[in-house]
Design a protein. Structure first.
Length: 420
């Protein structure tokens, strides 16, 4: 409220402080959301308590400084900065194409290009760190992102292009950049990156281990206390408890995982593989747009430094058309993050199929429909207000260029900034 309505009621310093408070507060709100999401991707600082039958935090600072959460936070926040930069760049380009508020548009474009270039570079670098975290904690996600079914000899190549076939369990027409994946995923040239098939085999072993933990847990529940069972039961649970979540994958096929057949274990192991084509292409769209933003902001930064903003009208049109692209890139990133961890809602602990709501089907449908309607209305209202504000422009307009004056055609000289 102070930020939006305090322009004429506060001093410049006070309003600047309010502006910074809004920015810092927004970033901190994202921090806690992404710490929670990071814990779901890499549940550190918590352990399953067989006495209470729930996951309990035993080290808050491990949760807070979870490397997956921290990498996700800086990557996501940087993506938000890119979104804001491209938005300002595109709106400024629209003003220049219309010959309106040209001096203001040039200044805004210079700031957006500078900040956007730094943010775009940051997104790529921090995205690389997220990929490295996936190698350590979510190897199946990484293999699916690469459409890599077989383990390659180190250093593995990066699949620049290909066509994954989920049913055939192979990727067709692969174009590979040698050594790149090994460097990105392992920071080395001598460490293997496991493929999907190998990870499925490892998953079968973890499912069998989880069955042992599940059996021990049922004995603990029957005895109503972990202290009431023999040491062999406690040892079995402690040795295999980390894999119990994998045994729960069998609940789709059998009520009691201890009664699962080899065929059902095979089915559950293949459930560990997310939808590879969707993940593969979402990742490449995200990465491709990320490098496009570096190129776009870099070109405008170079033009700004040489005082040549607005000389190429076609470039301004590209900036306008680019406005929705950061949102698309961000959505692709969330598809990679959330689809990539399937079939888990908490990685390795709780399968999505078991994360049921206490609401009935009708209540759940009504809730989803209500949220969809509510946010759709908000979207329409926000877009209407935003477009209206853009068309109106900053007020009052002291731009010496008349609204009807078009920019010079490509190759013409742009007016420089006024002397400060």
């Amino acid at each position: 409220g102070l930020f939006f309505f305090g322009w004429d009621r506060m001093t410049k310093v006070q309003h600047l402080c309010a502006t910074w408070a809004v920015a810092i507060g927004s970033n901190f709100s994202a921090l806690w959301i992404l710490i929670a999401n990071g814990w779901m991707q890499n549940p550190v600082g918590a352990a399953f308590n067989p006495a209470t039958m729930r996951m309990e935090v035993d080290n808050f600072f491990e949760v807070l400084f979870n490397p997956v959460a921290q990498a996700k936070f800086v990557h996501t926040v940087s993506a938000g900065y890119v979104t804001a930069s491209i938005f300002v760049l595109g709106v400024s380009a629209w003003y220049m194409l219309k010959g309106r508020h040209v001096l203001l548009a040039k200044r805004s474009m210079a700031v957006a290009a500078s900040f956007g270039l730094l943010s775009s570079l940051s997104v790529v670098v921090l995205g690389d760190e997220s990929g490295y975290m996936a190698t350590e904690h979510q190897r199946m996600k990484l293999a699916a992102m690469e459409g890599m079914w077989e383990t390659e000899a180190a250093p593995a190549g990066f699949t620049a292009l290909g066509f994954p076939d989920q049913e055939g369990r192979e990727t067709h027409h692969v174009i590979t950049i040698p050594y790149a994946l090994g460097l990105i995923a392992t920071r080395s040239l001598d460490t293997e990156v496991p493929g999907i098939n190998d990870l499925v085999e490892r998953g079968k072993e973890r499912i069998r281990s989880g069955i042992i933990a599940y059996d021990a847990l049922q004995k603990i529940r029957a005895a109503r206390s972990i202290d009431a069972v023999g040491p062999e039961v406690r040892e079995a649970f402690e040795a295999n408890g980390g894999n119990m979540g994998h045994a729960l994958l069998l609940m789709r096929y059998v009520d009691d995982p201890r009664l699962a057949t080899d065929a059902q274990i095979d089915q559950a192991a293949w459930d560990l593989v997310p939808h590879v084509p969707t993940l593969f292409w979402a990742f490449r769209i995200m990465v491709g747009l990320g490098f496009f933003f570096i190129l776009l902001t870099g070109v405008f930064f170079w033009q700004s430094a040489r005082n040549r903003l607005g000389e190429q009208r076609w470039l301004l049109k590209i900036a306008v058309l680019a406005i929705p692209l950061p949102w698309i890139a961000a959505e692709m990133g969330w598809i990679v993050a959330e689809l990539g961890r399937q079939p888990w809602i908490i990685e390795g602990v709780l399968p999505t199929a078991m994360a049921v709501s206490s609401l009935g089907a009708g209540e759940l449908l009504l809730t989803i429909a209500g949220f969809t309607l509510f946010y759709s209305v908000l979207f329409v209202i926000e877009m209407g207000l935003m477009l209206r504000a853009i068309r109106k422009g900053p007020q009052p307009d002291h731009d010496p260029v008349p609204p009807s004056t078009p920019l010079p055609a490509a190759g013409g000289a742009a007016r420089p900034f006024p002397a400060e």
